[in-house]
Design a protein around this ligand. Structure first.
Ligand SMILES: NC(=O)c1ccc[n+]([C@@H]2O[C@H](COP(=O)([O-])OP(=O)(O)OC[C@H]3O[C@@H](n4cnc5c(N)ncnc54)[C@H](O)[C@@H]3O)[C@@H](O)[C@H]2O)c1
Length: 253
């Protein structure tokens, strides 16, 4: 028995990066997965790698109509929908005086409006299935500021907030809503960043699968008493200054 056996789960932005790792782990844990993305070639390739347990659906999460189609595809192919991972996201960086309105609007449309549209579209189906779990991918940038990442930070704080308002509203109908807050994870989004430049107490970036494990937990019945909660997966990055920086060895002698 897998941890999410027989559950049908829709994962957005799943053609590559963390979303693809989530889809692979969920299938290995017994789920059937609807992989959605705008990168059709990668998405189709992942779905065919996963065989009968997965389908690929083209979806731009900022488009309301795409949500109706993706949820309908889950129900028509697999008969129900019990889980949603709002994973799709984009980031762009500029000093605030040069941050364009287009950059701002696009980031908010994908990262925050996409999550709202996803919760709104998936809820009736998850309720029809008798309840389930929604996981929203925020970031440590939903917990603290970061220079240059203005729209990203705003969107990820927003994801954290809508997670809690939705959790309150959905609890009575058996739908749990939680957020995850990864730190630096080795994907295309961060390929230009050097992990050595970040004061990460565990001393490295995360691999996508390390986030997938927490997502599988939140989708599974193992987390049956968790809703509106935040899981931080950042190697300790937000808890304080790492020992080797704050307290060099000579201070202990
Ligand atoms: N990589 C990190 O260090 C990190 C840290 C914290 C949070 N996150 C978040 O994790 C999530 C996954 O990021 P990743 O690192 O795997 O990045 P990634 O760039 O590898 O993957 C993001 C995926 O989202 C898809 N996507 C982009 N716009 C979309 C849209 N409009 N509709 C549907 N899909 C769209 C992309 O095509 C891509 O497949 C994002 O929400 C990101 O903000 C990433």
């Amino acid at each position: 028995m897998g941890r999410v056996n027989e559950k049908v789960i829709l994962v957005t932005g799943a053609a590559r990066g963390m979303g693809a790792a989530h889809a692979r782990l969920l299938v290995s844990e017994g789920a059937r997965v609807v992989v959605t993305d705008i990168l059709d070639e990668d998405g189709e390739a992942l779905a065919s790698e996963l065989g009968n347990a997965a389908i690929y659906v083209h979806q731009d999460v900022s488009e309301p109509k795409s949500w109706a189609m993706a949820v309908a595809a889950a129900e028509s192919k697999f008969g129900a929908l019990q889980g949603l991972v709002n994973n799709a996201g984009v980031a762009s960086m500029a000093p605030i005086e040069q941050f364009s309105l287009d950059q701002w609007n696009r980031t908010l449309a994908v990262n925050l409006t996409g999550v709202f549209l996803g919760i709104r579209a998936a809820l009736p189906a998850i309720r029809r299935a008798g309840g389930g779990s929604i996981v929203n991918v925020s970031s440590i940038e939903g917990l603290r500021g970061s220079p240059g990442l203005h729209a990203y930070v705003a969107s990820k704080f927003g994801v954290r907030g809508v997670t809690k308002s939705a959790a309150l509203e959905c609890a009575a109908s058996g739908v749990r809503v939680n957020s995850v807050h990864p730190g630096l994870v080795a994907t295309t989004m961060t390929e230009r960043l050097d992990p050595a430049l970040f004061p990460i107490p565990l001393g490295r970036a995360a691999q996508p699968i390390e986030v997938s494990q927490a997502i599988a937990f939140l989708l599974s019945d193992e987390s049956s008493y968790m809703t509106g909660a935040e899981i931080v997966l950042d190697g300790g990055l937000t808890i304080g200054v790492p020992h080797q920086h704050a307290a060099p060895e000579h201070m202990f002698s």
